[in-house]
Design a protein around this ligand. Sequence first.
Ligand code: FES
Ligand code: FE2
Length: 415
Amino acid sequence: MLSESQNRLLTQTGAGTPMGDLLRRYWWPIAGASEFDEAPTKPVRLMGENLVLYRDRGGTYGLLDRHCPHRRADLSFGFAEECGLRCAYHGWHFDAQGRCLEQPYDDTAHPEAKLKDQVRVKAYPVEECGGLLWAYLGPQPAPCLPRWEFFFWKNGFRQIVLSELPCNWLQCQENSIDPVHTEWQHRNWEIRHAGKDGPYSETHRKVGFEEFDYGFTYKRVMEAGTDTDPLWTIGRVCLWPYALFTGSHVEFRVPVDDENTLSVGWFFARVPKESEPYEQNSIPTWQGPVRDEKTGRLIGSHIMNQDFIAWIGQGALADRSKEFLGASDLGVAMIRRRFLADLDAIAAGRDPKAIIRDAATAKNVALPVAERAEFMDGANRADISPRKRVFPFQAGMPDAVKHAFEEAMGFPIKA
Ligand code: FES
Ligand SMILES: [Fe+2]
């Protein structure tokens, strides 16, 4: 349980709030690079700031204030130029550093005034890694973008799924350190929604939590399990500060503002050995629906959709002053304490947890992976179990992505 003021402190995301300033010390994934094959601009809202992300004709990405500094037109309707973005209203033209390169009327009629030299638009750095576009909104010098090892794994079919959730990001991230919810929110959920009353999921015999350089791990032993299971000896990763990483996928919880979150799922399916070497030139990005269009109800058919139901159900901003924590919530308490300690760290001028400033370290960051051999070694097609011939994570995979996925794997996929 937190006091109301601690809860408010930990859930604010805006610039100038303590937590908003802490979150700005990290790079955040905000879009899939493949989205820009369709359209050169995308309106983005990140930690309460309205921005436009674009790819210019030269292939450079930029992230600018959504509103043109001239008379506030929406730059997401602007035109990509060879270098930079041009406002559609009067043609002012900006580069990725926020400089104004051109003002068509003023440049012609009053070139001596050099008005454009006085104009800047807010601009943030963007980097690409793993088919994702990453933004940094914090103070300079920016830390290195951590290039997590899974982004470099070979022979995988990868896909990115984006979903907008009407709730605060922290309640989503607390789920990254919550092993026990899988019993009811996932396994038993499916049993009950199939109209059955059992047999229910195995229960957890014990859970454990540990901190490491790049986050926390949670560990579990199920009823029939032992202390030698990789899910106990290695566990799963609550990746700092923003994600759950399991090996087959990573779920980033990106703060849109205090009451909205962008879920960015990044999925890796190792292709069968018969399909190696497999090169995927572009990682498809799709929008994962959260509600059933016909009924308006939240979709509960897939694992992450079930999680979304839990988080959205906690309210736009979960009231942690009214909760009652038990032994399984130790990990949740640990990550809250780490955030509170890091607020003190940045106030004292230190870097918070998991900031990497050494480029060699950031180049390829290894993480605990319980089923590492599965991802490193692969398997023959005949040995890939029916359970691995399903995409269980999110509803709504588009047909084109499904076809590409099936082609890569060489067998049908149940989506
Ligand atoms: S409002 Fe953008 S150029 Fe005028
Ligand atoms: Fe879950």
